[in-house]
Design a protein around this ligand. Sequence first.
Ligand SMILES: NC(=O)c1ccc[n+]([C@@H]2O[C@H](COP(=O)([O-])OP(=O)(O)OC[C@H]3O[C@@H](n4cnc5c(N)ncnc54)[C@H](O)[C@@H]3O)[C@@H](O)[C@H]2O)c1
Length: 292
Amino acid sequence: MHNQHINSIAIIGAGTMGNGIAHVCALSGFPVRLMDRSIEQLKIARQMIEKNLKRMAQKQRITPDQVHSTLARIQSYTDIKQAIVDVDIIVEVVPEQISVKKAVWNEIEQEIDPKRLKQTIFATNTSSISISALAQELIFPENMIGMHFFNPVPVMSLVEIILGEKTSEKTFKTVERLTSNLGKTPIRVHDFPGFVSNRILMPMINEAIYALYEGVAEKEAIDQVMTLGMAHPMGPLRLADFIGLDVCLNIMKVLHKGFQDDKYSPCPLLIEMVDEGHLGNKTGHGFYTYTV
Ligand SMILES: NC(=O)c1ccc[n+]([C@@H]2O[C@H](COP(=O)([O-])OP(=O)(O)OC[C@H]3O[C@@H](n4cnc5c(N)ncnc54)[C@H](O)[C@@H]3O)[C@@H](O)[C@H]2O)c1
């Protein structure tokens, strides 16, 4: 099964993950069309990419020329129709709500040049939504695939590649090769709730929250058991703060609903903290406190 050549990439959504994905695609030499409905977010994304590239140059991992050439490869758009002109793959990186993602894919199908629709790959960076469900109403569901990057994208080498029920082997091969060309490691997985990454990570985090909730140990102690005893680079409670407690709760709900198994019930302490708006690093309060 042959893979198809990728010449240019559109990225829809320029938030935390979108700007990181734009960074690695452009640094690897691909022309990138970065789209967000917020012009302000596009400016922030560009500043972030520039800052991160300059940091890499300071560490002599790239040259100052690469900083400029990488930035020059990224064009910004607020109009989705313009953003997807002549691209071979569209990577959707909008918020983790099925209605939002479906609306974006419907708009893309309406706005794309009909002659290109059959050959364009539709990739989604979802952390937990079913690829088959997202592909359900598409004209070419075989072109839809999960391309799950990890945060921070320029640093993390894994990309979990998720095949939906109808994803073609050609689509997989093309995305697998693209991922390698981005300097990342593609790992093939199937479309089950939480895929592999969150199916294993989130119950571990939820269990750490239960350990705190039930008074097994203080938060620092729980994290130290995992950093010192299991060689995890970061304890689960600090990691939960970094990911966002609202994101952790949503993924636990996806696992609970998807498997219909109470072993995935979110810990009451997690629910309470999210209700109180303590979401981790981004709000300044989670299991630890942060300056925002
Ligand atoms: N943050 C993480 O650690 C992480 C890790 C892996 C995967 N993900 C997944 O990546 C996706 C994006 O997450 P994020 O953290 O980057 O979110 P984010 O909120 O930082 O960014 C989302 C961006 O999408 C834009 N947007 C919203 N609706 C849009 C639309 N209709 N058209 C164009 N742009 C639109 C927003 O303006 C925002 O800039 C989610 O599916 C999430 O589950 C996130």
